[in-house]
Write a protein that binds this ligand. Sequence first.
Ligand SMILES: Cc1ncc(C[n+]2csc(CCOP(=O)(O)OP(=O)(O)O)c2C)c(N)n1
Length: 285
Amino acid sequence: MGAIVQTRKSTKDIAELKDQDLIRMYYYLKLTRQFEDRLRVLYRQGRFPGSVYLSTGQEAIPVGCGFALEPRDAVAPSHRDLALHFIRGLTPREILAQYMGKKTGPTRGKDGNIHFGNMKTNTLGFISSMAAGMPVALGAALAFKMRGEDRVAAVFFGDGAASTGTAHESLNFAAVFRLPVIFVCNNNQYAYSVPVEKQMAIRDIAERAKGYGFPGVVVDGNDVLAVYRACREAVGRARGGGGPTLLECKTMRMSGHGEHDSAFYVPSEKFAEWKRRDPVDRFER
Ligand SMILES: Cc1ncc(C[n+]2csc(CCOP(=O)(O)OP(=O)(O)O)c2C)c(N)n1
């Protein structure tokens, strides 16, 4: 039996969402898209000391999960989860200050792009894209469990990171200690220039969870309601003592790895195909 594939058909948990929540979800999808479009322009104008890593095309993942988690839960966002920072209260002005290396940014000018967090909002600082946030999130989850707190931790990472040793050790550790953790993998088809089919021999990353002894779920990562529902279920399992879940959100990175990368290696048909599934347009419709 393979990984569980979830579709949007069941609306059971979505029914919990009020109109106001749906409007807020839409707000964060749009805010992230428009803010990142602006970052792209500023980068090209040479206004930032470092590079820029964007989440265009993947916004539904941090938004869907951001709404499925409670503020008391810990999140460890990846470099493609800007929406999570907005949902947890950082402002566009603060993020811009971060990119410009100003003292009004979350690292007060110590970093020029994505390496920041905010302990006041239970947002663990981003270390590296290659799964380094996983053991830290496990530490948070272990602390919650040992203290008997009703909190979970969610850690976000890419398909490339999913194949590192750290990721495998983390999945195993979480399983053995039955930690209240949600592993959210954005499978955006590329790890830098390497397509996913060239770095793993399986179709669904979620399949790996079975080898460690917990559920793996495949979800349409471009459907914010499907992501919300799948994450909500995983959060419920973690809170109830049922341990971890690996949530694989299928999506597409609709730009280069960073804005310094033209993504010349991605066939244009692939971009066109995924553009039709754009998460913001879909939710709007
Ligand atoms: C130890 C280490 N090796 C290499 C890199 C460079 N690097 C940054 S992101 C990345 C690929 C990440 O791919 P994936 O996990 O699929 O995430 P995505 O960027 O596609 O969201 C690489 C190789 C790094 N940051 N750290």
